[in-house]
Design a protein around this ligand. Structure first.
Ligand SMILES: Cc1cc2nc3c(=O)[nH]c(=O)nc-3n(C[C@H](O)[C@H](O)[C@H](O)COP(=O)(O)OP(=O)(O)OC[C@H]3O[C@@H](n4cnc5c(N)ncnc54)[C@H](O)[C@@H]3O)c2cc1C
Ligand code: SF4
Length: 389
């Protein structure tokens, strides 16, 4: 079979960014070629990997996705990300077709208008160069594309304000534990525990994905595909005409006359070099691999790497710092029915205090605790009936 080596638009990366851009281009009648560093795997294969993990690794977000030698990605305890300085950076991502949403939790909050005007409102940081109203239609489009379920009622938003378009699906119900937590928070502290907006199908199929059945396995993988991950879109993109080349690791972007991008070079697993051309290029390899590829593509016209006249490519990356707190309670709370994240407290995220310190969002983790109790029981040597008990 002859390999397609050219298209109107070449997209590097088949994560959520790559596939959302690809679908809009295909719908507008453009030809699309996608390069993907990692393998194309079935959901059943990932679920089987998960089943076969040793107990101690079942809680790991990435262990069900063993990295391929030609497309490594960070794994717990390895040195793929070479860090300088005293702080560790334990974040993971996945270089498989479909990218990192394979193992994401699916929480899909928007920024608020206030978040985008920190300097004007609170005298800290920098304002965005455009305002929330400019971004709003794109949020609506993304929510349609990913199939977000969430509370459209302004009373369940924080800050409480009407949305310009409802979420595509209503929120999922709370687990018994979340209902109880919501009641206690209100009574004891006056806080409202709100339903999370999330990329899951609530009560209805959406985009050929079934409704969430609440089995609480969202991280590392939703076994039925009710949670959006970009892999759920790949067959649809191909049906619309996209060509997806997996196991194709882009390692150089080639510039030509006028410093326009002319081609992307990739290596296959045998380290054979290939070149694909296009009229336009989208580099959607994620916040770490995209800067890496741009910097690796330095040439005589761009000695500091591509798109880097500012010298800021690969700098200033931020993640969201988080603290975890686990409680042992006197009475059963019955967590674990429904998705792993389904509710949270937002009131603590906005206010004039932001001039002094950052806003905080309290996420109620709805993880089933059976797994951890099982580890503890096994660690004490319990087997058979004693383990069941
Ligand atoms: C455990 C976990 C939970 C998370 N939960 C949430 C959440 O609840 N809500 C939220 O908003 N975010 C969450 N995130 C973050 C979210 O998953 C990522 O921000 C998002 O998936 C990034 O999308 P992307 O398309 O930019 O990159 P990716 O999804 O990483 O996709 C990049 C793609 O490019 C490919 N690629 C990389 N290098 C090359 C190359 N050289 N050549 C060809 N292809 C290449 C990769 O294989 C991959 O397919 C979570 C992340 C983790 C790890
Ligand atoms: S709760 Fe189960 S069905 Fe629902 S998104 Fe999570 S893993 Fe999928």
């Amino acid at each position: 079979m002859t390999q397609t080596t050219s298209a109107d638009v070449v997209i590097v990366g088949t994560g959520v960014v790559g596939v959302v851009v690809a679908e809009q281009l295909l719908d507008a009648g453009h030809s699309v070629l996608m390069l993907e560093a990692g393998p194309r795997v079935s959901r059943a294969e990932v679920v089987e990997n998960y089943r076969n993990l040793p107990l101690g690794l079942k809680g790991s977000a990435s262990s069900s996705y063993p990295p391929k030698p030609w497309a490594p990605h960070p794994m717990p305890g390895d040195d793929y990300l070479q860090l300088e300085g005293p702080d560790s950076y334990a974040q993971t991502y996945i270089r498989y077709a479909g990218g990192s949403t394979w193992h994401w939790a699916g929480t899909s909050w928007r920024l608020t208008p206030e978040d985008m005007r920190l300097n004007s409102l609170y005298g800290v940081g920098r304002d965005w160069v455009f305002d929330y109203d400019t971004l709003d239609p794109y949020y609506n489009m993304a929510e349609q594309k990913l199939g977000i379920c969430g509370p459209s009622d302004p009373a369940l938003q924080w800050p409480p304000r009407p949305r310009s378009a409802p979420y595509p699906m209503p929120p999922l119900p709370f687990s018994p534990g979340e209902e109880k937590f919501t009641r206690v928070m209100k009574e004891a502290l006056g806080y409202t525990n709100l339903p999370v907006s999330q990329a899951r199908n609530s009560g209805m199929p959406y985009d050929d994905r079934p409704a969430c059945c609440g089995n609480n396995n969202c991280v590392p993988v939703c076994p039925i595909g009710a949670k959006y991950d970009a892999a759920t879109a790949l067959n649809r993109l191909e049906a619309k005409g996209a060509v997806i080349l997996s196991n194709a690791v882009a390692h150089r972007i080639e510039t030509g006359e006028g410093n326009r991008i002319e081609a992307v070079h990739y290596l296959d697993p045998e380290r054979q070099e290939h070149r694909v051309t296009g009229k336009h290029f989208v580099i959607a390899c994620n916040a770490i691999e995209t800067p890496k590829l741009l910097l690796m593509s330095a040439d005589s016209r761009n000695p500091n790497g591509l798109a880097n006249s500012s010298d800021q490519v690969g700098r200033n990356m931020m993640d969201h710092p988080q603290l975890g707190l686990t409680l042992t309670l006197d009475e059963p709370y019955w967590l674990g029915q429904g998705p792993v994240v389904n509710s949270g407290i937002m009131e603590t995220s906005q206010g004039d205090f932001r001039a002094e310190h950052a806003g905080a969002y309290f996420r109620m983790n709805n993880f089933a605790r059976n797994r951890y109790e099982t580890f503890n029981a096994l660690a004490t040597g319990k087997v058979g009936r004693a383990l069941d008990e």
